[in-house]
Design a binder for this molecule. Structure first.
Ligand SMILES: [Zn+2]
Ligand SMILES: [Zn+2]
Length: 464
C-alpha cells in the first residue's frame, strides 16, 4: 500500500491524497490551490495521475480547497463515485456551480483582454463538468460503516469544522491484511457555535492529520465575544454608522448570524438590522437551517427562540444587484455581511467603498486574511486602500476578531490526537504552512512521543 500527497503538503490548500493498493486506487479530496501566485498554474496543470484509473473519491467537506478540482477530475476522465455526507453533497452543488461560473468568467475576461491564445482563455472546467461531478456524488451517513469496494470499508465521523464536514476512517484489505487509515480532514475547534465537537478517534495504523493552526492557540472565545459586542454597539448606538463584515459564504456567515441572534437573546444587543448581501451565502444559510438535526443543543434552542419570540433581529437577504445597491442609502444602523471573506471580489467591495472612509462606520474582520489581499491590507492598518481602481482613506474603525476560527488550535489538535489509545504506525502532518507543520510535528514528537512525518508536495510513501 502506498500514499501520494498531491497537495496540502507543507501548505494549506490543494488537499488531495492518492492511495494505491493491489486492487484499488482512490483519492481523499480533490481540492483547488488558492492564494499564492502559482495557484492558477497548478490548478491548470494535468493531474500527476491518470484520472481514469481512480476507482472512487472520498470527500471530507465542501470547501473549495478540498473539492474544487472535482469537475476537472471528471472532465479528465474520472467516472467513479464521489462519497460524501448528505450535507456536503448539498453544499457541493452550490460551491461547484459557483466555481464553474468563476472559471468561465475568468476565461472570458482573458479573451476580452486580448489573451485569446493564452491558456487562461480556456476555463479549467465549465458548468457541464461541475454538473457531471455533482451527479457522481453518492451520500453516506455519519457513524455507519459502508463497504465501498470489495476490499475497502469506510465510515464518516463528524469533524466539527463546517456543516457536513467529516473525518474519514477506512479499513483497507491489501495482501491478506486489513489496515486502518484515518484522515482527519479539517478539524473544528471544540465548543464552537452551531457545530458539534470533532468525534474522537481511538485507533489507526496510518493517520493523516491537519495542522492549519498547529503552531498557535486561539484567543479565548469569551474575550472575542466581548470585543464583538462592544464594536457593534459602539458603531450602531454611539457613532451612528454601519458595521461591515466581510465573511466567507460557507461557514463564517452562518456563525456571525448565530452570534448576532444569540447575543440578542442574552440581552446584549437590541433591535439589530442585519443584511446578508451574497446570493451564495443566502443559499447556504437556508440549507444550514434545513440541516438542523446536525446542530448542537444550543443551536437548536436558539432556532426555537427565533421562531417564537419578540425582539428577534431583523434579518434580510438581498438577491439582486439592485437590492444590493439599495443598501448604499443607509448611512447608519445596519449590519452588512457580504462576501468575499478576504475582500478580493464580490459585493463586499461596494460596501467598503461606501463605508471605509467614514469615521462613523466599522469594519469587522472575522476570518483569515491571506497575504496580498485587500482584507490583509485593512488588517495591517493601511491608511489608504485601492478599491476598483480608486483610492479611499481608511477612517472607519477596524476590529480583527481572531477567536472565531473554524480550525482547531494547537491544544485542540493535541487533545484530539490524545484520544488514540496507541500511536499509529505511521503519522503524517499535512494542511499547514511548512513552518507550522514542522512545529506541530515536533510538538507531537515531544508531547506524545509518536513517530511523525511532514511530507513534501508530490511525495509518495510506501506504507506496508
Ligand atoms: Zn475547510
Ligand atoms: Zn482545508
Amino acid at each position: 500500500m502506498n500514499i501520494t500527497f498531491h497537495g496540502a503538503a507543507r501548505e494549506v490548500t490543494g488537499s488531495c491524497y492518492e492511495v494505491r493498493t493491489k486492487d484499488a486506487r482512490f483519492l481523499i479530496d480533490c481540492g483547488m490551490f488558492q492564494g499564492n501566485r502559482d495557484a492558477a498554474e497548478r490548478n491548470r496543470a494535468p493531474f500527476a495521475f491518470d484520472p481514469n484509473s481512480i476507482d472512487f473519491v472520498l470527500l471530507t467537506h465542501a470547501h473549495i480547497d478540498h473539492s474544487g478540482l472535482l469537475p476537472k477530475l471528471c472532465r479528465s476522465g474520472f467516472s467513479g463515485p464521489v462519497y460524501a455526507t448528505s450535507a456536503t453533497a448539498e453544499l457541493l452543488e452550490i460551491m461547484l456551480r459557483d466555481s464553474a461560473h468563476i472559471q468561465e468568467y475568468e476565461a472570458l475576461r482573458a479573451i476580452r483582454k486580448g489573451r485569446k491564445n493564452s491558456a487562461a482563455a480556456t476555463p479549467i472546467y465549465d458548468m457541464a463538468d461541475a454538473i457531471r461531478a455533482i451527479r457522481q456524488v453518492r451520500t453516506r451517513d455519519y457513524d455507519e460503516i459502508f463497504e465501498i469496494h470489495p476490499a475497502i470499508r469506510m465510515r464518516f465521523r463528524d469533524a466539527g469544522h463546517i456543516l457536513g464536514s467529516a473525518i474519514v476512517e477506512l479499513w483497507v484489505r491489501d495482501g491478506g491484511k486489513e489496515r486502518k487509515l484515518v484522515f482527519s480532514g479539517d478539524l473544528g475547534q471544540p465548543g464552537r457555535v452551531i457545530l458539534r465537537d470533532p468525534s474522537e478517534i481511538n485507533d489507526a495504523d496510518v493517520l493523516i492529520v491537519e495542522s492549519t493552526y498547529g503552531d498557535r492557540l486561539h484567543r479565548n472565545l469569551a474575550d472575542t465575544i466581548d470585543e464583538f459586542v462592544f464594536a457593534v454597539n459602539d458603531t450602531l448606538l454611539e457613532k451612528e454608522g454601519n458595521v461591515i463584515i466581510p465573511a466567507f459564504a460557507l461557514g463564517r456567515t452562518q456563525e456571525i448570524i448565530y452570534y448576532l441572534f444569540e447575543l440578542t437573546r442574552q440581552g446584549r444587543f437590541n433591535d439589530l438590522n442585519i443584511f446578508v448581501d451574497s446570493p451564495m451565502a443566502t443559499a447556504i444559510t437556508e440549507l444550514t437551517w434545513r440541516h438542523l438535526n446536525l446542530f448542537d443543543e444550543e443551536a437548536r434552542a436558539l432556532a426555537h427562540w427565533s421562531d417564537k419570540s419578540d425582539g428577534v433581529p431583523s434579518l434580510k437577504f438581498t438577491a439582486s444587484v439592485d437590492e444590493s445597491r439599495a443598501l448604499n442609502k443607509f448611512v447608519s444602523g445596519t449590519i452588512i455581511i457580504a462576501a468575499s471573506g478576504m475582500c478580493t471580489a464580490g459585493r463586499i467591495k461596494h460596501h467598503l467603498k461606501h463605508n471605509i472612509g467614514r469615521r462613523q462606520s466599522t469594519i469587522l474582520i472575522t476570518g483569515f486574511q491571506a497575504e496580498g489581499t485587500l482584507g490583509r491590507r485593512i488588517v495591517d492598518g493601511a491608511r489608504q486602500v485601492r478599491i476598483h481602481g480608486r483610492q479611499y482613506p481608511v477612517r472607519a474603525d477596524v476590529y480583527t476578531l481572531g477567536g472565531f476560527s473554524a480550525h482547531a488550535d494547537q491544544a485542540a489538535l493535541l487533545d484530539w490526537l490524545g484520544a488514540f489509545k496507541s500511536p499509529p504506525a505511521r503519522s503524517f502532518v499535512t494542511h499547514g504552512e511548512a513552518k507550522t507543520a514542522d512545529m506541530f510535528a515536533n510538538e507531537i514528537r515531544t508531547r506524545l512521543n509518536w513517530q511523525v512525518d511532514v511530507p513534501e508536495a508530490g511525495q509518495s510513501v510506501d506504507l506496508f
